[in-house]
Ligand binder design. Structure first.
Ligand SMILES: NC(=O)c1ccc[n+]([C@@H]2O[C@H](COP(=O)([O-])OP(=O)(O)OC[C@H]3O[C@@H](n4cnc5c(N)ncnc54)[C@H](O)[C@@H]3O)[C@@H](O)[C@H]2O)c1
Length: 277
């Protein structure tokens, strides 16, 4: 008899930003492996609809929801106390929450995404969620996993922009003046590269306790973006297209299960080949 190294039957995974486009996919990936999932997000309405959507696909899946703000230590600790009260230990943490401001342009008298105009408030808020949030959740849930001494997994959701710079030509609108051209903000690159650093740090810090940390760096997911953008981006990708939202499920299953038992501290880049050009 062969053992199924992807089996997560007796495991519990907590996902941050779980009400978003990819958060729901991560949850579905783990439910496919019979994992119990805890969906957390700052949006309570988002959590309810995510749970409803997942229940349709996994009627017998064990799915809990907890509102949680990853930038607020008290909010994270409150969820951890609530789980303790229910006798639920977290075995897998997926740091997925982020503020991903859509690059639109034409929003005012100055283009606020541009480095010259980017405000300290935007910087602080985006770093607080995307990077500090992953650190705080790792501190709270990673510490508990390490103390339990039963191994565990931290998966940080980075981006292909953790390994290369944004190509700002993608966001260009020819009819706008230079200083009004929208860009992918500086925070995105800083956060995603920072998550890879956090991943490496945690990978050695808790290695003796059998707690593994890895990062997954997805390329852009098709979600109804405009034709011009999709065409321009697809030309930069050897596979010639953006990702479908469910194409990261198998990687999440691999990285969160014993199938990846000897992988630690790595950044798995799934970008249709864009980063090797
Ligand atoms: N969608 C893509 O094309 C893509 C590509 C590469 C990487 N990523 C990364 O994948 C992750 C998920 O992306 P997505 O496309 O699902 O984004 P999304 O915007 O759909 O979801 C993000 C979720 O995070 C939640 N959130 C925001 N602030 C929060 C806070 N303070 N505390 C808790 N939750 C908070 C939001 O409510 C939202 O549900 C992000 O880290 C993103 O950078 C996405």
């Amino acid at each position: 008899m062969t053992t199924n190294r992807f089996d997560l039957k007796s495991k519990t995974a907590l996902i941050t930003g779980a009400a978003g486009l990819l958060g729901i996919e991560h949850a579905a990936a783990l439910l496919e492996c019979d994992c119990r999932v805890i969906l957390t997000d700052i949006s309570e309405d988002g959590l309810q609809s995510a749970q409803k959507q997942l229940k349709k696909e996994f009627p017998s899946g064990e799915i809990y929801t907890y509102p949680m703000d990853v930038s607020d230590l008290t909010s994270i600790q409150t969820v951890s106390y609530k789980l303790k009260y229910k006798d639920i230990d977290v075995d897998i943490l997926i740091n997925n929450a982020a503020i991903d401001p859509k690059v639109k342009g034409e929003q005012g008298i100055v283009e606020t995404s541009r480095l010259e105009n980017f405000s300290r408030e935007q910087w602080d808020m985006q770093i607080a969620v995307g990077l500090t949030g992953a650190y705080l959740c790792s501190q709270v849930f990673g510490t508990l996993m390490a103390k339990k001494g039963n191994g565990g997994v931290i998966l940080n959701i980075a981006s292909d922009l953790s390994v290369f710079a944004p190509d700002q030509r993608l966001y260009r609108k020819d009819y706008l003046k230079e200083d009004m051209q929208p860009v992918k903000p500086v925070t995105y690159s800083v956060i995603k590269a920072g998550l890879v650093g956090l991943t490496r740090y945690l990978a050695t810090y808790w290695a003796e306790q059998g707690l593994r940390s890895n990062a997954l760096s997805p390329g852009g997911v098709f979600n109804g973006q405009g034709d011009e953008f999709v065409q321009k981006l697809s030309q930069l990708i050897p596979l010639g297209r953006m990702a479908n939202r469910d194409e990261y499920r198998a990687a999440v299953q691999f990285l969160c299960s014993d199938a990846s038992s000897y992988m630690n501290g790595q950044n798995v880049v799934m970008d249709g080949g864009r980063s090797v050009l």
